[in-house]
Design a binder for this molecule. Structure first.
Ligand SMILES: Nc1ncnc2c1ncn2[C@@H]1O[C@H](COP(=O)(O)OP(=O)(O)OP(=O)(O)O)[C@@H](O)[C@H]1O
Length: 289
């Protein structure tokens, strides 16, 4: 789902403060976590809550992403993946809970924590009146990198994303898949230690997707951490070494892919956990005669 982001103050304490009222399901968000965050994890989330009006999008969510893992976050539509990743990357203030990035409290020390993150948010507007090359270049300059390094890396990233021929095309004129790729390049220019990617393969063609998978796999092999949300179970099973299945704003299962899927496919395990398979009724009118 596309997010609208809050720009609230980034103060020190856990993003706390009881939200007014009680959600329609009778759950009142409150801090309940007792397990301390894992300072050695690339990302450690504890007791995250987020409510939009009466809708509790994320409830008391804990997650540890080990350093060097390729971590998949899967869940049905509306499960809370984007909301979780937005809170985990400093784009959306949690109602409750803490986010630690390698032991640094992200909401207490946002600049320090965010410097190590590369973020591909879902549905956030880019500065699309820039060309692809300008967008990636500005992403690097905004991160405080020197011009020569930025120019060199921007060239390599555009080539890796198969966008060299469109380097001087305005992003507003890019297709959905090209836009996703240029946003991904912008997220990688400063060589972050952790990449948090919301639906990176959505709308991306199979050849580009394979190239991006190779880039990410090399990045993980060299010590980087990738967290990726996806609906494509087969892709997650092949690409990721860890996975969390999220449903109704909570983690239903998490661990290595083999631990979570057991002797099933990840897709079967997913369906078992989140349910929701329905037999279409009342659509007989759709059947051709
Ligand atoms: N800005 C918002 N305002 C109101 N409700 C929101 C907002 N963002 C998310 N929600 C609601 O929170 C819930 C979780 O949404 P979220 O986008 O996090 O799910 P998701 O797992 O990323 O879904 P999808 O796979 O469809 O992208 C949904 O019920 C959604 O309608």
């Amino acid at each position: 789902m596309r997010m609208t982001f809050e720009t609230g103050p980034q103060t020190g304490e856990p993003a706390g403060g009881r939200a007014p009222g009680t959600p329609s399901d009778g759950v009142t968000p409150e801090p309940t976590t007792t397990r301390p965050p894992d300072p050695g994890a690339a990302l450690s989330l504890r007791g995250l809550w987020k409510r939009f009006g009466q809708k509790v999008a994320v409830r008391d969510l804990d997650l540890d992403v080990p350093v060097g893992s390729f971590y998949g976050l899967v869940g049905p539509n509306g499960a809370g993946k984007t909301t979780t990743l937005s809170m985990a990357t400093g784009l959306l203030r949690p109602d409750f809970g803490t986010v630690q990035v390698r032991g640094t409290d992200l909401w207490a020390h946002p600049e320090q924590a965010k410097a190590t993150l590369g973020i591909l948010p879902d549905g956030v507007r880019l500065f699309d009146r820039l060309t692809g090359l300008q967008l990636v270049t500005y992403a690097g300059l905004l991160r405080g990198m020197d011009r020569d390094t930025v120019a060199e890396r921007a060239k390599s990233l555009l080539a890796a994303m198969d966008l060299t021929a469109d380097a001087n095309t305005y992003v507003v004129d890019y297709s959905a898949g090209m836009t996703k790729k240029i946003a991904l390049a912008s997220a990688m220019i400063h060589a972050p230690r952790t990449l948090v990617l919301d639906e990176p393969f959505e709308a991306v063609d199979p050849v580009s997707a394979a190239n991006i998978r190779d880039i990410l796999a090399d990045y993980v092999t060299s010590g980087g951490t990738v967290i990726v949300s996806s609906h494509v179970m087969d892709l997650v099973q092949r690409m990721c070494d860890h996975v969390a299945i999220v449903g109704a704003g909570q983690v239903l299962a998490a661990g290595t892919v083999d631990e979570v899927r057991g002797d099933q496919t990840l897709e079967d395990r997913f369906v078992d956990l989140v349910g929701g398979r329905t037999r279409a009724e009342g659509l007989e009118w759709l059947h051709s005669s």
